[in-house]
Every structure is written in C-alpha cells, then in structure tokens.
Design a protein around this ligand. Sequence first.
Ligand SMILES: [Zn+2]
Length: 162
Amino acid sequence: MFCPFCRHPDSRVVDSRTSDDGTSIRRRRQCPNCGRRFSTTETASLAVIKRNGVLEPFSREKIISGVRKACQGRPVTDGDLAQLAQKVEEAVRASGASQIDANEVGLAILPPLRDLDEVAYLRFASVYQAFESLDDFEESIKTLRQDHANKQTTTGSAAADR
Ligand SMILES: [Zn+2]
C-alpha cells in the first residue's frame, strides 16, 4: 500500500504482532522514502453491507448486542451468546464471500438462536422479520410446534430409553 504521508508505493515492515484474540495482525511499517511510520491491520476480510449501503467490518460484538435484547429475562448466559456469535461468523464465512448483506447476517442468526432459546428467537424474528400481526407470530409458533412434533417422532425411541 502507499505511504499515507508521501504516497510512496512501498513500505518496510518493522514489527508484526497478532492481536490477543488471534483474528488480526498489526504491522508497524516504515516508509523508505520519507522515513515515517504507520500501522496496518490485517484480518480475513469480511464486511457487512448495511441497508444504507455503507460497509462495516463484521463484528461478533455487534451480533451479541443485537441478540442480547431479545434474550432479556431468558436463561441465556454470556457464554451462550459468545458461542452463538461464533456460529454466526462461521456460517457467514462459509459462503466464502468477503462482503455480506446485513440481511443475510440476520438470517444466519436465526437458526442458532432458535436452538438456544425459542422465546428469544421469536422476539428477535418478530423485530428482524418485521412481524406485522399476530398471524406472523402464530405462523412461527406453528412451525416451531411442528418441528417439536417431528423431533419427537424421530427421537421417540431414544427418549423412551431414558
Ligand atoms: Zn512516505
């Protein structure tokens, strides 16, 4: 990359260190032309395209803060939320794309949240999918109940063993 001071097209790495969480590398660079130093951060690129078209880096913190509200009063721990955010990140990274719609991030949150807590899931889905009426809730609850019924029939024998 260009030196941010003099636009010289080359720079020398004088120091590299990995961030504490291991997800990025910070490099100190020196411009051989003007001698000034600057830092760069290297991460596996994953940007979220917000509804207004602005790009922002994917952040597990954002996922957690977005879901935390829906989990209020539910038996969900910080550890659960951290795990959920990791699952979401794995799901969106699995696509291999370096940019992803905020919409798709929301969709990726739904399945692990549903596994975690169905009430929180319904709350989140109602906001995220903009439920407009009781029918929307009813539809979602019906789907959940249906899946419960399916699980019971497929795991019926295993449950009987317990
Ligand atoms: Zn320079």
